[in-house]
Design a protein around this ligand. Structure first.
Ligand code: SAM
Length: 295
């Protein structure tokens, strides 16, 4: 029988923090969860069961890790703060299915990691993410084509809204398109500041990103499409034409940009924030053709 989680209340958290004289490091985005219902909800939203291997990013003092270890077959928890490692050894000592890795998640060779630890079989990523690097972490997980089934994360509510936003909305941008190209996003909970120690300044949200397998939008050059998307949103007030022309990543002449927009069937003054993912794919395919015949 596995031991049930015992962290996840303000009292047990403060006791551990005091026992080790732990000092929060602002630069690491440390806001620890102290609400059992939210912790249960994250594990449920991620659909973690006894067959699953889970990677947790930033275990902190091991609160969510206990809940994951209780539900999953195996948990790999990657923590950057050296001061938390001895605490994790203590709080996770009742579970033999957790491995703590002391590393910066952005410096870990994730492909190799999943291959070595899990024989390349898909894992679930679950985390209460450090908010200062939410986007770089998600882009790393999405773009690398890693064997990941789903990513269930706590993020700032405003960032979760951006991930789910559609064309025409104020929140729509490069992050929405990247997330929706690779995954199907669903916000599963809104979480107020009082569920954390220390309290963050903003509301948070739990969002589940389920990896797409066979239903990705067809596009001939994925990387080119994301260069086109970045160029279109680099300066929001500019038209698509000016965004494309001005992009160092694309290197298109005015004529080429005009021709691509025309061939894709958009008006000359079209703006990126109105285009769907399918339309960006179409534009990117036209640019590929035009660039291929350019002198
Ligand atoms: N999972 C814990 C919880 O829910 O109570 C802590 C979450 S806290 C928001 C974020 C955690 O990520 C902290 O423990 C922090 O030290 C860690 N962290 C920050 N940057 C990191 C990085 N680049 N790689 C790995 N962990 C990181």
């Amino acid at each position: 029988m596995k031991r049930e989680p015992w962290l996840g209340t303000p009292g047990s958290t403060i006791e551990i923090l005091n026992k080790y004289g732990f000092r929060f490091q602002k630069k690491y985005g440390q806001n620890f969860l102290v609400d059992g219902n939210i912790l249960d909800g994250i594990v449920r939203a991620a659909g973690v069961g006894p067959e699953d291997s889970v990677m947790e990013i930033g275990p902190g003092i091991g609160t969510l890790t206990q809940y994951l270890a209780y539900a999953a077959k195996q948990v790999y928890a990657v923590e950057i703060d050296r001061n938390l490692i001895p605490i994790l050894e203590d709080t996770l000592s009742d579970w033999d299915n957790v491995e703590v890795i002391h590393s910066d998640i952005l410096k870990l060779d994730l492909d190799r990691f999943v291959e070595e630890r899990n024989g390349g079989a898909p894992i679930k990523v679950v985390a209460n993410l450090p908010y200062y690097i939410t986007t770089p972490i998600l882009m790393e997980l999405l773009e690398k084509n890693l064997p990941i089934q789903s990513i269930t994360v706590m993020v700032q509510k405003e960032v979760a809204d951006r991930m789910q936003a559609g064309p025409g909305s104020r929140d729509y941008g490069a992050l929405s398109l990247a997330v929706q190209y690779y995954t199907e996003p669903e916000i599963t909970a809104i979480v107020p500041p009082g569920c954390f120690i220390p309290r963050p300044n903003v509301d948070s949200a739990v969002i589940r990103l389920t990896k797409r397998t066979n239903d990705k939008i067809p596009v001939r050059d994925e990387e080119l499409m994301f260069r086109v998307i970045r160029a279109s949103f680099a300066q929001r007030r500019k038209t698509m034409m000016n965004g494309l022309r001005g992009s160092k990543e694309l290197n298109l002449s005015r004529e080429m940009a005009e021709e691509a927009i025309r061939r894709a069937g958009f008006p000359a003054n079209v703006r990126g924030e109105t285009l769907t993912l399918e339309e960006f794919a179409r534009l990117s395919d036209e640019i590929l053709d035009i660039a291929a015949v350019a002198p």
